[in-house]
Design a protein around this ligand. Structure first.
Ligand code: HAM
Length: 427
């Protein structure tokens, strides 16, 4: 029997892993420039944490959690990073130590979705959370940071969608207006939306079902229902985006699928590369109620998460080339002993070095060096040990020279740093 990875949970083999590392490094660099520090939290959390924060009526909690029971406890593989990070923030009493906290995280998330391109059951997010800043400038600065990050990764065809769903007062008022609008059309709604009409009518706004789309087309806009403080925040947010020169599209149907959001909502969407229909690269917003809901003080918060797999589908950046390496080919017993010492010296000097201790002919050694993509090959046989002169082959130019044992590190380093000659590189 051959074991296969679970559907929707992919192996990331080395070439792809190098592309992941590339975007992760760009993410870390950019967010650290903006003052974010890394936090690492467990992948397994108490199920109740997600029920309380992500929300009982969210699709994630309703249908997508990987939950396991152990003894009398129920645990869930984190479907998103925000609740666990907020829990860590509270458990560490971080709010008592600093007025504003900026944290970032990277790691796998788990959702039992129907897998397709850009939608997986284990996927990776890179996210940021800010606690203690009521905005609205920070909301806009985060978006500007993200547009810059995507550009750096070669993704410039990006639409920034923004909306506000206000605070509890606004939402109560809007919920009533929306229910009044949809109730007469109830029978024409999808079954799912009919249920939503009772528990979370706002979610009907982002239904993909054509019947629901038609019913909400002329629905009142939440932006017309904003309470004065929510309106001030919204206008301040747009003014900050304008000041930054960040283009955006006000998208009144943008409600997002998590229950905790308040006020600012945003998504960055792209049609670049191989994204297909799952073209939302990242999403985020403000969630001023969560910290209190989890038992902490009333503290505003805002954040986002990027889907790394989607980012890689959109980004044209290739896997970075491997650094030039040296292959050490031992021939004979004395040659092997000397080779082990030389390989250790080269590595200690920071030169990537492969040594094949399986033995074999010179020809087979050179084949292995080639298949490993080595640029330099040092042949060390018993004769070389005796003469103190090692054979150094440049596998790009197919030339070779003798190299004194004492100079090996410097000579190999020089060869690896030199460009292959043009006519020879083309071969
Ligand atoms: P989200 O919109 O659920 O928000 O996910 C953010 C991003 O994660 C999506 O835009 C997408 O790129 C990626 N993503 C989500 N589900 C999948 C999947 N099944 N397969 C592949 N990629 C996926 C959140 O998770 C919030 N925690 C964001 C946030 C942070 N809001 C405030 N702070």
């Amino acid at each position: 029997m051959e074991f296969r990875a679970i559907k929707g949970m992919n192996d990331i083999l080395p070439d792809e892993a190098r592309r992941f590392a590339l975007v992760e490094a760009a993410f870390r660099r950019v967010v650290e420039l903006h003052g974010f520090s890394e936090v690492r939290t467990p992948v397994l959390e108490p199920t109740e944490l997600f029920v309380r924060s992500t929300g009982e009526t969210s699709e994630i909690v309703e249908k997508q959690m990987f939950t396991l029971a152990r003894d009398t406890e129920s645990y869930t593989l984190r479907p998103e990073g925000t609740p666990g990070v907020a829990r860590a923030f509270l458990n560490g009493s971080v709010h008592a130590k600093e007025p504003v906290t900026r944290w970032y995280y990277l790691g796998p998330m788990f959702r039992a979705e129907r897998p397709q391109r850009g939608r997986l059951r284990q996927f990776h997010q890179a996210g940021c959370e800010v606690y203690g800043d009521a905005g609205p400038v920070v909301d806009a600065e985060i978006i500007d940071m993200l547009v810059g990050l995507l550009k750096e990764l070669g993704i410039s065809d990006v639409e920034v969608r923004v909306n506000s769903i206000g605070g509890p007062g606004t939402r109560q008022k809007y919920r009533e207006a929306l229910v009044a609008h949809l109730t007469p059309k109830k029978d024409s709604l999808s079954e799912h939306a009919q249920k939503r009409l009772l528990d979370n009518p706002l979610r009907i706004l982002d239904s993909k079902d054509p019947r629901d789309r038609e019913a909400v087309a002329d629905a009142p806009s939440i932006l017309d229902c904003l309470e004065p403080e929510d309106r001030t925040h919204w206008e301040g947010f747009l003014a900050a985006l304008d000041a930054l020169g960040t283009s955006y599209v006000v998208t009144k149907g943008l409600v997002r699928g998590l229950d905790y959001y308040t006020r600012t909502l945003f998504e960055l969407v792209s049609n670049q590369g191989e994204l297909g229909s799952q073209n939302t690269l990242l999403g985020g917003g403000r969630y001023d109620g969560m910290v209190h809901e989890l038992g902490g003080p009333k503290l505003p918060a805002v954040g986002f998460a990027i889907g790394l797999e989607r980012l890689l589908l959109a980004s044209p950046l290739p896997a970075p080339a491997k650094a030039s390496r040296c292959f050490v080919a031992p021939l004979g017993a004395a040659g092997l002993k000397a080779s082990l010492a030389v390989a250790r010296e080269l590595r200690a000097a920071g030169i990537g070095t492969d040594l094949d201790g399986r033995g074999g002919s010179m020809k087979s050694m050179l084949r292995r060096a080639d298949s490993l993509g080595a640029r330099a090959c040092l042949v060390i046989g018993d004769a070389e040990v005796e003469s103190g002169q090692l054979q150094l082959k440049d596998l790009a130019s197919h030339s070779q020279a003798l190299c004194p044992r004492a100079d090996v590190v410097r000579t190999v380093a020089e060869l690896l740093a030199s460009a292959p000659k043009a006519n020879e590189a083309a071969r």
